[in-house]
Design a protein around this ligand. Structure first.
Ligand code: HEM
Ligand SMILES: [Mg+2]
Length: 288
């Protein structure tokens, strides 16, 4: 049985970003004021990237260090907020997990390519757009895998149901092809979270309806689709909104829960407890 150790998720801000505000003008002002939305640049030869299309996109726009190196928790929180309206609870919580993948976690930062580390603490088999480590590369974008997800969407829009079905199709595909596939509670929950992440960042924290073109830009170009008309969600994306959507995605699709896991709206938040006993040590070192 896996041991799940509770990590404190520091800096929890479940308050919505703009309660009661007229959302559209607020976003326009914020987005227009930040030149980084239109400053996408592909990584150079000495820059490093990760198996995460979200972090890679943020780095390609300069919301994170363009070289992909030395990412600290405060930088992740600030970059996630400015580029995607991510809450500090999510960026801080998963940032701590990212730190655990670094060979020098006590330095308080990680390089994006540290996140390639297979099966710990975040990277897993059955990804939407990456091959399993068994096939040699768990970090580069893979068009064949991603097309399998895309084939589920209709009319150029995503939905909770089709995203859930597409995610499960990738899991089943890995199960068929990879004799070493690891897929238990950790992988199940994290991968639903990743589906909620692309849906919410490319649309809003609630509907699950995003333009497929935006999703393609995020994954295929690792570019925020600003020039296609996308703007960051006016409402903050938090562990709460992600957890609610994980629960909805699970309910809308065909995938059974792993044995022993009861899926609730709290399951995703609790998964931040999954990572391991290293994290409380890191938590003491990190000021938010
Ligand atoms: C500190 C913050 C973050 C860390 C440390 C992190 C780390 C990771 C890692 C290690 C993976 C690979 C999991 C796998 O095997 O598929 C991943 C996947 C993913 N991440 Fe992030 N991530 C962060 C923030 C974000 C944000 C802000 C987004 C928003 C778009 C995002 C979206 C995704 C998606 C969609 C995947 C799935 C990729 C796939 O399955 O092909 N992540 N992330
Ligand atoms: Mg993976």
């Amino acid at each position: 049985m896996k041991l799940y150790t509770v990590i404190p998720v520091v800096g929890v801000t479940l308050v919505q970003a703009f309660p009661g505000a007229a959302p559209q003008p607020a976003t326009e002002v914020r987005a227009a004021a930040d030149p980084r939305f239109t400053q996408w640049r592909a990584p150079g030869p000495n820059d490093v990237r990760s198996p995460c299309p979200g972090l890679n996109s943020l780095a390609n726009h300069g919301f994170l260090n363009r070289n992909g190196k030395g990412n600290t928790i405060p930088q992740l929180i600030a970059g996630g907020k400015a580029g995607l309206n991510m809450g500090a609870d999510f960026m801080g919580g998963i940032g701590l997990a990212g730190l655990a993948a670094s060979p020098f976690p006590l330095l308080g930062s990680f390089d994006l390519n540290d996140l390639d580390k297979h099966n710990f603490p975040i990277e897993h088999d059955g990804s939407l757009s990456r091959e399993d480590a068994f096939f040699g590369n768990d970090y580069s974008f893979n068009q064949t895998d991603f097309n399998m997800l895309l084939s589920h969407f209709q009319g150029g829009k995503t939905s909770i149901k089709t995203a859930s079905e597409g995610k499960y199709a990738r899991v089943q595909d890995s199960r068929r092809r990879n004799p070493t596939m690891v897929y238990g509670a950790r992988e199940f929950v994290l991968s639903y979270g990743e589906t909620a992440l692309y849906l919410q960042t490319m649309s809003d924290p609630f509907s699950g309806v995003a333009n497929v073109n935006y999703i393609k830009s995020l994954f295929e170009k690792e570019k925020l689709p600003y020039e296609l008309g996308w703007r960051p969600s006016t409402q903050e994306i938090t562990l709460l909104t992600l957890g609610n959507m994980v629960f909805e995605l699970f309910g809308a699709g065909p995938e059974p829960a792993p044995e022993g896991l009861k899926v609730t709206a709290d399951t995703y938040k609790n998964a931040f407890e999954v990572v391991n006993g290293v994290l409380p040590i890191l938590g003491n070192l990190t000021t938010l």
